[in-house]
Each structure stands twice: as structure tokens, then as C-alpha cells.
Write a protein that binds this ligand. Structure first.
Ligand SMILES: NC(=O)c1ccc[n+]([C@@H]2O[C@H](COP(=O)([O-])OP(=O)(O)OC[C@H]3O[C@@H](n4cnc5c(N)ncnc54)[C@H](OP(=O)(O)O)[C@@H]3O)[C@@H](O)[C@H]2O)c1
Length: 260
């Protein structure tokens, strides 16, 4: 029977590479984005590129406001999938609030709450709804697209770094509690990924210290998709694990930047 993966935040960038990887492998893919127009556009592109594939997009935002996670829309999405007879065997939590521009002493607390609510609480909500169905269907797996900032901090991103650290703790706790239902929970920890932000601001990205990795390059979306797919489809006896995909960035004491 065709397996289904649900991938959040998959109208652009890394999410697209993850969707395409699962489609290449013959999965049915359910994906999310926040705007209905972008979701429809992405769905059409996937269907054009992967003829005969089954792809369903949902427009869903994490929050009703900074303080309130929109659980109802998560519930509605899973109920709709139930009605269609679609069981999500793999949940990939890729969407994230990047928490850019939130500065200590300047921004209101609600900005900090917005990031934690999306990256931790909403992902918990999605996991709970998915895991409830996995329990009934004999198991499944959840993959977080986390970040190496869960290990090491970067400047002016306190909310984001806190959210990724919280997410990693949550991943382990879920792996512990869900194991008895044959639900595996793991995390991929990217370092820098080449996204459309590189094309928009090449000067910044060409000089940012985290691009100077031991292997001399940074990841593309397909590298992250490989790691996600490994956890989803191959890692039968692995749960609560972390796979860092950052070109070795985190093992350095400092980046070695060659002049010229
Ligand atoms: N890029 C990097 O260098 C890097 C490094 C380490 C880790 N990561 C992690 O890798 C993952 C993918 O990164 P990326 O750079 O490809 O992401 P991205 O370009 O920022 O896209 C993230 C996705 O998250 C969705 N999203 C953002 N806020 C949301 C909200 N409040 N509710 C629901 N969806 C929301 C966006 O949806 P819309 O399409 O609706 O805007 C978008 O599709 C993220 O978890 C990120 O933290 C990225």
C-alpha cells in the first residue's frame, strides 16, 4: 500500500526538496503552507513534475495570534485526511518561524512567544494528532527538521535558538513516550542551507562565518531531504536520534577562513 508523508512548510526551499524526495520514492505527500495561493501553486508544480503522483496541499497557519496555537486547523486537517482514508505514516516537521529581527531589550515578549509557539507548541500539536492515528495503525515515525543552533548559539536569535533547543528536548521525550506504540521520533540538525535567501543576499551569505565548514561547502535542500528520508524509511531501530548535516560546522572551535 502507498505510504503517506505529511511535510510542513513545503511551498519553498528545504520543504520542497523533502516533498520531492518522498514523491521520487513513491510516497503520497500531504504538505502545508500558510497561503492558499502558494499552496495551490506548489501543488500544481509537484503534480506537473511528478505525473501520476498523489499530492495534497493544505493552507494552515500555526497561530491564531502570537499567544494562541491554532489547534482547530490541525484537527480539521487530520479529520479531512481521515475522511479521505489517508493515514500519515511519516510526519516531517520542517516549517519554522526563523525568529529574525527579534532583539533583546527591544522587542515585546509576544514576539518571543510567537516563535516558541510555532516551533515547539504547534509542532507538539501536529505530533500529537499524527501519533494518535499512528498508534491505531501499528506505528509510524516523526522527523523534526531541527538546527545545529540547538547545540551552539548564533547572534540575535535568542527566541529561535531557544525554540530549537526546546524542540530537541521534546523530540527525545516523545521518542521515549511513543516508542511503546512503535512510533519512532528523530531529528535532522542542519547547519546553513542554501535557500532563496542566498540568491537574494549573496554578499552576506558568502561571508557569513558559518559557511566556512571543514568540507568547504554548505548543504542544499536535497542533503536535508536525504537525512529526513533515512530516518523515515530506513532507520527501523533508531529513535530519539540526532543527525547533524552541517558540513562539520559544529565540531570546529572556530571557522577557518582563508583570505582571498
Ligand atoms: N535555512 C537554513 O540555513 C537553516 C539552517 C538550520 C536549520 N534550518 C531549519 O530547516 C527548516 C527549513 O528551513 P528553510 O530555511 O528552508 O525554511 P524557510 O525558507 O524559512 O521556510 C519555512 C517554512 O515554514 C513555514 N512557516 C513559517 N512560519 C510559519 C508559521 N507561523 N506557521 C506555519 N508555517 C510557517 C513557511 O511557510 P510559508 O510558505 O507559508 O511562508 C515556510 O514554508 C526549518 O525548520 C529551519 O529552522 C534551516
Amino acid at each position: 500500500m502507498m505510504k503517506t508523508a505529511l511535510i510542513t512548510g513545503a511551498c519553498i526551499n528545504t520543504g520542497v526538496a523533502i516533498v520531492e524526495r518522498f514523491l521520487e520514492e513513491g510516497y503520497r505527500v500531504v504538505f502545508t503552507g500558510r497561503s492558499i495561493e502558494k499552496v495551490k501553486e506548489a501543488e500544481a508544480k509537484y503534480k506537473e513534475k511528478f505525473a501520476n503522483s498523489e499530492v495534497i496541499g493544505f493552507a494552515i497557519d500555526s497561530l491564531l495570534d502570537e499567544k494562541t496555537v491554532d489547534e482547530e486547523s490541525v484537527e480539521n486537517m487530520f479529520s479531512e485526511l481521515d475522511k479521505l482514508g489517508i493515514f500519515v505514516e511519516t510526519l516531517v516537521l520542517n516549517a519554522a518561524d526563523q525568529g529574525l529581527g527579534i532583539e533583546a531589550f527591544k522587542n515585546p515578549l509576544t514576539d518571543f512567544m510567537r516563535v516558541i509557539n510555532t516551533n515547539v507548541v504547534w509542532n507538539y500539536c501536529l505530533s500529537e494528532h499524527a501519533a494518535r492515528r499512528m498508534m491505531k495503525n501499528g506505528g509510524g515515525n516523526i522527523v523534526f527538521v531541527n538546527s545545529n543552533t540547538a547545540y551552539r548559539a548564533i547572534p540575535d536569535r535568542i527566541a529561535y535558538v531557544a525554540s530549537k533547543g526546546g524542540q530537541l528536548g521534546m523530540m527525545r521525550a516523545m521518542a521515549l513516550d511513543f516508542g511503546k506504540y512503535n512510533i519512532r521520533v528523530n531529528a535532522v540538525l542542519p547547519g546553513m542551507i542554501k535557500t532563496d535567501r542566498w540568491e537574494k543576499n549573496p554578499e552576506f551569505y558568502n561571508n557569513v562565518p558559518s559557511r566556512f565548514t571543514p568540507i568547504g561547502d554548505v548543504a542544499v535542500g536535497e542533503d536535508i531531504a536525504d537525512a529526513v528520508f533515512y530516518f523515515a524509511a530506513h532507520a527501523r531501530n533508531t529513535t530519539g536520534a540526532e543527525l547533524v548535516v552541517d558540513g562539520g560546522n559544529t565540531i570546529q572551535l572556530y571557522p577557518i577562513i582563508k583570505n582571498g
